[in-house]
Structure formats: structure tokens, C-alpha cells
Design a protein around this ligand. Sequence first.
Ligand code: DQA
Length: 143
Amino acid sequence: MKILVLNGPNINMLGIREPEVYGTESYADLLALLDSTAQTLEIEVIHYQSNHEGCLVDKIQEAYGIFDGIVINPAAYTHTSIAILDALKAVGIPTVEVHISDVASREAFRQISYPGMYCEKTIAGQGIHGYRLAIEYLKEKYA
Ligand code: DQA
């Protein structure tokens, strides 16, 4: 099984950016968690981060026919990107949305998720551990 983990803008700044909101674990810590999750579950996990909406759309399109599942944290694009929503719908790959923070308890402008309208599950407020939960969910359901 192959899972693509996509991260949107500023997720590469984890550990530095607003630690009171996003925690003190770094992006490198997240990548280490993805590696250990892949090893434990005996699956392939490929990761990609971009600060650019079109690059994320490109990666989703390229995943067609190659990946069995997507885990995506679109970051700020969560609340704006119909393009990411449309790309997910276009490829039709089972997708789980992850947010490090508990978006439901934050500002009003964070209460809409366009990609979430396609995703079959959303995991939020569990820190970087949420990525592991999302991968476990996809493995259990689709492997
Ligand atoms: C986030 C929540 C978004 O509202 C925010 O713009 C982010 C990160 C999260 O992981 O909690 O950049 O997706």
C-alpha cells in the first residue's frame, strides 16, 4: 500500500511557528513519525510539503493511479482552496484531512474546509500524532 502525505504552507515551520498553537515538535519530527509509522505498518509513505497551492494540486494529480490513499493537511489552503478540493475529487483517491490544532475551537474563518468536503475523515487537535491516526485509518480500511 502506498500513501501520500501532503502538507501545505508553513507546515515546514513546525516547532518554530506559534508553538502554543502547533506544539514544539518540528517538521523533522513529523517526518520521523511518518517513517516509523510506515515501518510499523509495513506500507510505503511518501511525503511532500509546499507553500504553493498549484504545487499541491500538481502532486494530487500525479498521485492518480499510483497512490492508494492521501493524508492531507492543506494548512491555510484548507479555508480557501476550491482547487485542492477539485483535484481530490478528480483523482478519487481515499483521503483523510489532518489538522495539528483544534480548528473547531479557533477563529470563524477557520471553520470552513473546502478539501474537507471531499475527505472521508478529519482528524484535528491531536498534534502530529494525527498523521499516524490518519495513516492507520487508511491502512485498516483500504489495504
Ligand atoms: C492547520 C490549521 C489551519 O487553520 C492553519 O492555517 C494551518 C495549520 C493545522 O494543522 O492546525 O496552517 O491546518
